[in-house]
Ligand binder design. Structure first.
Ligand code: 13P
Ligand code: SF4
Length: 398
């Protein structure tokens, strides 16, 4: 069997249950690396039309036994097959609310499929068409680094005052850590309510892994910038994340130093440029963008919010969007009566989302037709139990 290691998409706490996928234990015995085997070469020789026909035929054969979920960043030739499209929150909620179909084929990235597995019924099987589809931001918060940071804060006498909150873009093991320490998951669509909830419980929040979503949300809640401090996870143990004890003690939010390389590209200069070209433009960006960019925009919100903003804008409106290019291009195509364009003149694709190619979708679906479950994402129950706590707390917050 030929296998390919997927270094950049390691996610702790996950076992991949499949007869065709190899998994490799890491230092933490609950951790595994994802591997994607080469799929049969014949799939790569199929034309786009042939792939479409094969995927359609497999779906008809599977009927209601399989449901296909698609995140908004999926490429056109994949999202076309999604029964449900949405942002991370909508798709996680969907998985929690629909215990019927036997297979949930998740066209998205690891952390989304893991959340679906944790929230779906035990008899359901969640499948990720390409195991190489991870999230580089999620990989920036290695659970071992988080445990070390927490131990350090505990030694400094600060941990008792902290509620840990993790963005859904994180490994299941990190969600489990947060759940076990009284915290919750949040998404880009509910970060504000989740942080407000956390502040009713304790004085301080430790926010993983996206510093920008954490800072933007803190700013929206009125937390002063000098009370939001960055925890540099790459620093050696004992260096207090690069902070002083005074700064940590004064802080309301500790921000893990993670980011999304797609969204960090958007700048206030691009917003100014869009306004110069189209003075009436509505500028809407994702909250993974830097604070200065979000503040320069008119609106910020999740991918679902962005899609709704474009849909609800009046005919003739100009909307400049700061998010991943597959979604922006689709919105432009779906709303020909409006001018919709990406803030960044150089396209901004999420390269890991793009790894879900129709050939992988055809392979996974046809394998199911043949009675073989490939690329199953199965979070071990000891991890899932605590991660579910953190996800359920999020779902319970209005
Ligand atoms: P949404 O939850 O807004 O869809 O965002 C997910 C994501 O990964 C954005 O980069
Ligand atoms: Fe992760 Fe950024 Fe891709 Fe979203 S756009 S999945 S945060 S790398």
């Amino acid at each position: 069997m030929v296998t390919t290691p997927i270094d950049s998409t390691r996610a702790a706490g996950i076992a991949c249950e499949s007869d065709t996928i190899a998994t490799v234990p890491l230092a933490d015995e609950r951790s595994f690396a994802y591997w994607q085997q080469d799929i049969p070469a014949a799939y790569w020789q199929l034309s786009a039309d042939e792939l479409t026909a094969r995927i359609g035929a497999a779906r008809r054969t599977l009927g209601t036994r399989a449901i296909v979920l698609g995140h908004h960043y999926q490429r056109e030739d994949v999202i076309a097959f999604a029964d449900e499209r949405g942002d991370s929150f909508k798709l996680a909620r969907w998985a929690a609310d629909h215990p019927q179909s036997e297979y949930i084929v998740f066209c998205g990235v690891h952390f989304m499929a893991e959340a679906a597995d944790i929230l779906s019924a035990p008899k359901q099987k969640v499948i990720l068409p390409n195991m190489a589809a991870g999230c580089s931001m999620s990989d920036m918060a290695d659970p071992d680094d988080v445990y070390n940071a927490w131990t350090e804060l505990d030694e400094l006498g600060l941990a008792d005052d902290i509620v840990p909150i993790t963005y859904i873009n994180s490994a299941a093991a990190l969600k489990a850590f947060v759940g076990a320490h009284g915290g919750a998951v949040c998404t880009s669509s509910n970060a504000r309510s989740v942080l407000a909830w956390a502040f009713t419980r304790k004085k301080r929040v430790f926010f993983f892994p996206d510093q920008h979503l954490g800072r933007n949300t803190g700013a929206a809640l009125g937390v002063p910038l000098d009370e939001m401090v960055l925890w540099g996870w790459a620093r050696p143990y004992g260096s207090m994340g690069g902070q002083t004890l005074e700064a940590l003690a004064r802080s309301r939010i500790l921000l893990w130093a993670g980011h999304c390389s797609v969204h960090q590209r958007f700048t206030p200069g691009q917003v100014a440029d869009a306004r110069r070209r189209y003075p009436d433009a509505i500028v809407v960006v994702h909250p993974e963008c830097r604070l200065e960019t979000v503040q320069a925009a008119d609106l910020s919100g999740s991918t679902e919010f962005i899609a709704r903003t474009v849909a609800e804008a009046p005919a003739g409106a100009t909307i400049a969007v700061g998010t991943e290019i597959n979604l922006v291009s689709r919105l432009a195509k779906e709303h020909p009566d409006k001018r919709v364009f990406c803030l960044d003149p150089v396209v901004c694709p999420c390269s890991t989302m793009y790894r879900v190619h129709p050939a992988y979708l055809a392979w996974t679906l046809e394998s199911l037709v043949e009675g073989r479950v490939v690329n199953r994402i199965s979070v071990p129950e000891d991890v899932a139990r605590d991660a579910r706590l953190a996800l359920d707390r999020m779902l319970a917050i209005p």
